[in-house]
Design a protein around this ligand. Structure first.
Ligand SMILES: [Zn+2]
Length: 58
């Protein structure tokens, strides 16, 4: 017999509240908050500038 229920392990990252990190937009210099930890050496963009720097998908 097969078990068809997906396993849900305890302590999944989903029950963690989203952490926002303060960062400075590399484009306009505005202070913004990003839902991920800014990586050193990598530019962070605010919501306004992010679309401008996103690589277009084909
Ligand atoms: Zn910006």
């Amino acid at each position: 017999m097969e078990e068809r229920y997906p396993r849900r392990g305890p302590g999944s990252y989903q029950d963690r509240p989203r952490e926002f990190h303060k960062a400075v937009c590399a484009d306009c210099g505005k202070e913004c908050e990003v839902p991920f930890k800014p990586t050193e050496g990598r530019p962070v963009y605010c919501r306004d500038c992010l679309p401008k720097h996103r690589k277009p998908r084909f």
